[in-house]
Design a protein around this ligand. Structure first.
Ligand code: ATP
Ligand code: MG
Length: 258
């Protein structure tokens, strides 16, 4: 159960009594768990009073879902949707990596193909979008730079939530400047089948107020397995969105070299 219908009110100056301000569907878990410090505005659904004359500009809660997406699959989409729901996010922007410097052991599919598959996979969800930030940036890309650029491009108050699997999140703490990432965004580490969460819990700074573990429905899907399946002629239907499967076929991706 992720949502709760909340009615809340304020006692505004000039009003003769309680004014019903709004009715909002908010996630129970967000009220309980999203306590990132430095928040200037109340979270979506907060019952904090609004003073007369106060700037009521609402800070956008923006999820940033990073990944190679080679190809994007339903595990990624479920993760982003759960983050939207559990953390009361307004939107999630998917950021396909440009040239991932951590995946040097294999040749990564051209960024343009991975970007297009991500656009296809997310197009039916009005709260999902895809950014070209890393695709268009030459050279290796770093999460901290991406978060900074997203903040600048948001052109308004924004609170960032970097969403990624617990496996990949642990890597962040081996990257350069993990403290800088933590200063820029709340980090949401999603559970993933086959990944032992106790490793994350012992090695990652889970006590940090900007780090959360997010439990999601288990989908044992990986891009590695999808690439292998295509290469070996096994089905990928229902593992990826239909349009992504069609794109893979049309662009002859992941086929065994002739
Ligand atoms: P690869 O096998 O090539 O590494 P992947 O399936 O891990 O691909 P990535 O693009 O590396 O996909 O993943 C982007 C993010 O999504 C990572 O943080 C990863 O942990 C997370 N993720 C991928 N698949 C799942 C899944 N099935 N459930 C939860 N999180 C996932
Ligand atoms: Mg991966």
């Amino acid at each position: 159960m992720c949502t709760l219908l909340v009615l809340f009110a304020w006692f505004g100056s000039g009003n003769d009594g309680w004014t019903w301000a709004t009715a909002s569907r908010v996630p129970v878990t967000s009220i309980l768990t999203t306590t990132a410090p430095g928040r200037r505005n109340p979270p979506v659904g907060s019952a904090a009073p609004i003073e007369s004359g106060e700037d009521v500009t609402v800070t956008k809660r923006l999820g940033v879902m990073g990944g190679t997406f080679d190809p994007i699959h339903h595990g990624h989409l479920v993760t982003a949707e759960e983050a939207l729901c559990q953390f009361a996010l307004d939107e999630v922007v998917f950021v396909p990596t440009g040239r991932p410097w951590m995946k040097t052991e294999r040749e990564v599919t051209p960024a343009e193909d991975r970007y297009l598959m991500t656009v296809i996979a997310t197009s039916s969800n009005p709260r999902f979008s895809v950014s070209r930030i890393e695709v268009d940036r030459p050279g290796p890309t770093y999460t901290v730079d991406t978060l900074e650029q997203i903040r600048v491009e948001a052109k308004g108050p924004v609170e960032l939530f970097f969403v990624t699997g617990a496996d990949a999140m642990l890597e962040i703490f081996h990257w350069k400047d993990p403290e800088e990432v933590l200063a820029r965004a709340h980090l949401i580490a999603a559970t993933r089948p086959g990944y032992d969460l106790t490793r994350f819990e012992t090695e990652a700074p889970t006590a940090h107020p900007n780090v959360s573990v997010m439990h999601i429905p288990a989908l044992a899907i990986s891009s590695t397995d999808i690439r292998r399946r295509v290469e070996e002629g096994e089905p990928i239907r229902y593992l990826v969105p239909e349009g992504v499967q069609t794109y893979i076929e049309k662009a002859s991706l992941y086929r065994r070299p002739a």
